[in-house]
Design a protein around this ligand. Structure first.
Ligand code: GUN
Length: 289
């Protein structure tokens, strides 16, 4: 058997086309476009790619990205807090995203805590995480929201299914576990101290891998017919000396066992950016509507 490919790239393109249309028609009624400010501090090369992508995609759907800033690595925490305060008060800004990681002199949580929860399009403010825990509507973090959208679009019903989440990060593992639970899955969270990981994954109808370890999950760890979502993005140098992106899942062996699988690249990655844009438009609607 060869698994169905859950094509995040195609789905992201479709949703972005819908957002473009929505932004254009909202512009007929409201005097300003949605605004997204991405703050990038320092020169982390991975962040450069992510921030570039967020800004390009945002501009592509008609979002104003002009309040975003690239700031020096020597920026102090107080200076960054002051910039967040300004953006919180700026009526043309609907979404604020502070790209992580931040330089070590800056406490990320203090910065995230300062963002107006209604502009927190990354869904990382404690208020939005709290809303998720309570099952209330709110801005949901982008990668987990993208995973859920991929599952929904593929018509995968989660009620009563066993879902194993690998990884317990605040960006992915914890929120995606809560979102799966909200859809009535039986959720197991596995992490670096978990014993007999393979026994757990073999019991799972859905596996979400978000650890950052290339090849962590192989075909022998997957129950036939399971759905496998690969959130990992790892840059490796292959045997031929070429650099390429791989996930946490050994795609070749898992696709022979699973019923559906996300590729890397082209699976969850494009959905993350798309959910950020969707969150920005959602925030804009609430603010201008
Ligand atoms: N760095 C890597 N992923 C993310 C993300 O989803 N949000 C932010 N703010 N920074 C990140």
């Amino acid at each position: 058997m060869s698994a169905l490919l859950l094509d995040g790239k195609a789905l992201a393109a479709r949703i972005q086309a819908e957002l473009t249309h929505e932004v254009r028609s909202l512009q007929e009624r409201f005097p300003r476009p949605p605004g997204l400010a991405v703050l990038w501090v320092g020169d982390n090369p991975a962040s450069a790619a992510y921030v570039g992508n967020k800004n390009r995609s945002g501009a592509g759907v008609g979002i104003d990205i002009s309040k975003g800033q690239h700031l020096p690595a020597t920026l102090s925490e107080a200076e960054l807090l002051a910039i967040v305060d300004e953006l919180n008060a700026d009526a043309s800004v609907d979404g604020i995203l502070v790209q992580l990681p931040l330089p070590e002199q800056i406490d990320s949580n203090r910065i995230l805590d300062r963002i107006d929860p209604d502009k927190d399009v990354d869904g990382l403010h404690p208020t939005n995480l709290g809303r998720l825990v309570r099952g209330e509507p709110g801005l949901r973090s982008c990668t987990p929201a993208g995973v859920m959208r991929l599952l929904a679009e593929a018509g995968i019903d989660l009620a009563g299914k066993t879902a194993v989440v690998l990884g317990r990060s605040i960006l992915v593992g914890k929120p995606v576990a809560l979102m799966l639970l909200e859809k009535n899955a039986t959720v197991i969270m596995a992490h670096s101290r978990t014993r007999d990981l393979a026994a757990l994954t073999r019991s799972a109808d859905v596996v979400v891998a978000a650890v950052g370890k290339p090849g962590l999950v192989d075909g022998a760890m997957i129950k036939p017919g399971a759905v496998v979502i690969d959130v990992g993005i790892n840059r490796i140098t292959d045997a031929a000396g070429k650099s390429r992106l791989v996930g946490d899942v050994d795609f070749a062996s898992v696709r022979e066992v699973a019923s559906a699988i996300t590729p890397v690249p082209g699976g969850v990655g494009p959905m993350t950016v798309t959910m950020l844009l969707a969150n920005t438009v959602q925030s804009y609607r609430r603010r201008v509507g």
